[in-house]
Design a protein around this ligand. Structure first.
Ligand SMILES: NC(=O)c1ccc[n+]([C@@H]2O[C@H](COP(=O)([O-])OP(=O)(O)OC[C@H]3O[C@@H](n4cnc5c(N)ncnc54)[C@H](O)[C@@H]3O)[C@@H](O)[C@H]2O)c1
Length: 388
């Protein structure tokens, strides 16, 4: 199911994937031709077409539903009040509709949802982010110490991330009330373009977004290097983020599907990431591979200048994930995607237009305290777009 919202956003933004994306009909036909297998499709808005969603669940009675259907760009979610409202309406309703429809139809299916590491806000608490739950000790009313496991506190850095924190509560509620089986995959920023399946035929190639709203940071650096544009690092580049290759994303979803929770088991939360990098180090790696220049620009986001990030991802490793690292595959991405399709790049789409706060000047107070920064991106320079 898809409502083509992502393709419509391209039209709205006047942007296009660096890789040429075929129509869905063409992609489905190519898949059939290459593999002899069918992927069914229904155009449907999960946030709005509730009755059709119920009918489809009733007809298919799936063992599992993989839920991707959300607006996924943090900068897009911060563009204007319309974009904030749209992102909340779309994302929260899509998740609630799916869960309500599963309850209403009585279909016993496992929901695998794509959440984000960004729900935790990239803080600097000095702890390793656990897989969803945190053990806390509290003083009981009678003076004894009480130990409990709670959902790890969230601290979203954008409206997009906020919707993923709301999803967590919806899952916890439907899991407690209706015993819906859920695995929530808290994913890092995806890099890379191809999976083993999309490599089978050029018509199956995935998107490679590089624009200021939807482009993820590493894709943007690679594309900038390919066209001879400086790698635009926001702020100090001291922001640390979690990453995962697109092929590992698919493997993790498969592992989650093959290992469903039991009925009555609490929501499973896996940290779906494989490596952590500081943005300026990431730019340094791309510079070493390509010889590109690095340019530090104002950060349109309101976020910490620097942060540490340590993440526990043991559960997916235990299920058999063997990570593809930057060291394994980055050069191939440079050659096979960024270089090959650089002629399709529209330089005017590189700059970040979306601002987290309305002030025209950098937040000097925050700069002095070193806690957060909120500064406009200088005209003509790029942003770190991300899911993310
Ligand atoms: N790409 C990343 O770096 C990243 C990182 C962490 C999490 N995620 C999450 O993974 C999921 C997939 O991300 P992606 O990068 O493939 O994004 P994407 O935009 O390519 O895929 C999401 C799809 O959902 C569709 N959609 C949106 N709202 C819908 C609705 N109401 N009804 C039906 N379809 C709808 C869109 O048209 C799009 O095709 C998202 O939920 C995203 O938040 C992505």
């Amino acid at each position: 199911m898809d409502n083509f919202a992502r393709r419509r956003a391209d039209v709205e933004l006047g942007a296009e994937s660096l890789t040429p994306i075929r129509t869905l009909d063409e992609r489905l036909a190519a898949w059939r031709e290459v593999t002899g297998r069918d992927i069914g499709f229904r155009e449907l808005d999960v946030a709005k077409d509730y009755d059709e969603l119920c009918e489809l669940l009733q007809a298919l009675r799936p063992e599992a539903v993989v839920h991707f259907a959300e607006q996924r760009a943090a900068p897009y979610s911060m563009k204007s009040s319309w974009h904030k409202r749209y992102t909340v309406d779309n994302n929260v309703n899509a998740t609630n509709n799916l869960l309500a429809a599963i309850v209403e139809t009585g279909v016993d299916c496992h929901v695998v949802h794509l959440g984000t590491m960004g729900v935790y806000g990239y803080g600097t608490a000095g702890t390793k982010i656990p897989e969803g739950y945190l053990s806390v000790r509290m003083d009981g009313a009678d003076g004894t110490e009480i130990e409990q496991e709670i959902l790890h506190p969230t601290n979203p850095g954008s409206i997009y991330h906020l919707t993923k924190t709301q999803d967590q509560l919806l899952f916890a509620f439907y899991n407690k009330n209706d015993e819906i089986r859920v695995t929530d995959l808290h994913q890092g920023i995806v890099w890379g373009t191809q999976t083993a399946e999309t490599k089978l035929d050029d018509r199956l190639i995935n998107r490679f977004d590089y624009d200021g709203d939807y482009g993820t940071v590493l894709n943007r650096f690679l594309m900038q290097a390919a066209i001879g544009h400086p790698l635009t690092v926001h702020g100090t580049g001291g922001q640390t983020r979690a990453f995962i290759h697109i092929q590992d994303t698919v493997r993790c979803i498969r592992l989650a599907l093959e290992n469903p929770p039991q009925r009555g088991e609490r929501v499973r939360i896996f940290n779906q990431m494989t490596e952590v990098h500081r943005l300026r180090d990431l730019a340094g790696i791309v510079q070493e591979l390509t010889g590109a220049e690095i340019e530090y620009v104002g950060n349109p986001r309101k976020e910490a200048f620097e942060n540490e990030l340590a993440v526990d991802n043991q559960r997916l490793l235990d299920l058999g994930l063997s990570p593809t690292t930057l060291a394994d595959d980055l050069m191939r991405e440079v050659a096979e995607i960024a270089e090959r399709f650089k002629h399709r790049c529209d330089r005017s789409k590189i700059p970040a237009r979306s601002r987290w706060v309305r002030e025209a000047e950098p937040d000097m107070r925050a700069e002095r305290t070193g806690r957060t920064q909120a500064a406009p991106a200088p005209a003509g320079l790029g942003s770190r777009g991300h899911d993310g």
